[in-house]
Design a protein around this ligand. Structure first.
Ligand SMILES: NC(=O)c1ccc[n+]([C@@H]2O[C@H](COP(=O)([O-])OP(=O)(O)OC[C@H]3O[C@@H](n4cnc5c(N)ncnc54)[C@H](O)[C@@H]3O)[C@@H](O)[C@H]2O)c1
Length: 326
């Protein structure tokens, strides 16, 4: 890791920067407000040249002005992430203005809310288009540059709504679960090219998305108000962005992880495999009734393992069956 050289101001206090962002270029989609704006400003303070992408031109330009006032480098990009042309134009702007792209934070988001029974396909696809296809459309042209240079850091944005069961946001949950899948797949493909890809599940609040798409009635009061009111004083963009800055830095060699952050807490969300239940006689298929009888054992999370790749599941099954692994 680059040795600490420079001092930066964090919430007014001087902090020794241990990350070397010298000459780096970042694209932040949805960078015009809330979380995206926070990432833009924090990365720019650390010397990164930033492409502030947002379809809200006023918001993007305001962030660029703010960065420039502080002496940083930034340019506004108003293209949508949701089309192939838009993605190409966003990456082209990074190359034209700053010569390359080292960092990509796929953060842009939109939302629809309501019962699944009433959801139109248009609403469903509109949300997939920004979160999931948007991540594809911007990442692919950036990927080509990163692969060629043998270096890249990509942060994808998932959501608690995409990994835990919740009502009222089926389209958002689908898109965000897809983001987690895309993150893992690209982490596996990118590692040999020096491209590291991780997903975050932020808990910051302050979203413009929920202004027009409130949770379905009853859900908010019933489940979220208690813990959320305790956390509210501590939830902020600034409490999430340190994780993003680390994941964007060359100091980070983790890849394929899903990390949750909010209010000063940071943790990992993972997929685990239970020890499960094994049929008593190898090669003799179980009856459905036996599966039902052993279902508690099958889903018991007391003992589990966290596979790092699909082949780990095969190894796990072979071990549970008592087979020698070749
Ligand atoms: N705020 C939270 O607590 C929270 C929680 C979980 C997940 N997230 C995720 O974090 C990300 C940012 O959330 P936020 O709260 O800052 O949202 P926000 O709505 O405040 O900001 C999102 C920005 O994305 C922009 N955008 C929308 N469609 C776009 C498009 N097609 N192309 C380019 N830009 C587009 C919007 O104009 C907006 O400025 C989203 O992906 C969201 O799903 C946020």
């Amino acid at each position: 890791m680059h040795e600490p050289e420079s001092t930066i101001l964090m919430s007014g206090r001087p902090v020794l920067s241990q990350f070397d962002f010298e000459g780096q270029v970042a694209i932040i989609t949805g960078g015009g407000r809330n979380l995206g704006r926070g990432y833009c400003i924090e990365l720019a303070r650390r010397g990164v040249a930033v492409v502030v992408n947002d379809i809200d031109g006023d918001a993007a330009c305001a962030v660029v002005e703010e960065i420039k006032r502080e002496g940083g480098k930034a340019v506004a990009s108003l293209d949508t992430v949701a089309t192939v042309e838009g993605g190409k134009a966003i990456v082209a702007m990074a190359v034209e203005e700053f010569g390359t792209v080292d960092i990509l934070v796929n953060n842009a988001g939109n939302l629809r809310a309501g019962d699944f029974a009433d959801m139109s396909l248009d609403d469903f696809e509109a949300v997939l288009a920004v979160h999931l296809s948007g991540a594809f459309c911007v990442t692919q042209p950036a990927w080509a540059i990163m692969r060629e240079r043998g270096h890249g850091r990509i942060v994808m944005t998932g959501s608690a709504g995409g990994v835990y069961p919740e009502q009222g946001y089926s389209e958002y949950a689908t898109a965000k679960a897809g983001i987690v899948g895309l993150t893992r797949a690209l982490a596996a493909e990118g590692k040999e090219h020096g491209i590291y890809v991780n997903a975050i599940l932020p808990q910051a609040g302050g979203s413009s998305m929920t202004l027009t798409a409130e949770p379905i009635p009853g859900l908010k009061e019933a489940k979220f108000s208690g813990p959320d009111s305790s956390l509210a004083p501590y939830k902020s963009v600034e409490a999430v962005s340190p994780l993003v800055v680390y994941l964007c830095s060359s100091a980070c060699s983790h890849t394929g992880l899903t990390l949750s952050a909010g209010a000063g807490w940071f943790g990992r969300v993972f997929v685990g495999l239970t020890n499960g239940w094994t049929t008593p006689e190898l090669g003799v298929p179980a009856a459905a009734e036996e599966v039902a009888r052993h279902f508690d054992e099958i889903v018991d999370t007391e003992q589990y393992e966290v596979p790092e790749g699909a082949s780990d599941e095969l190894r796990h099954i072979a071990m549970r069956l008592g087979l020698a692994i070749g």
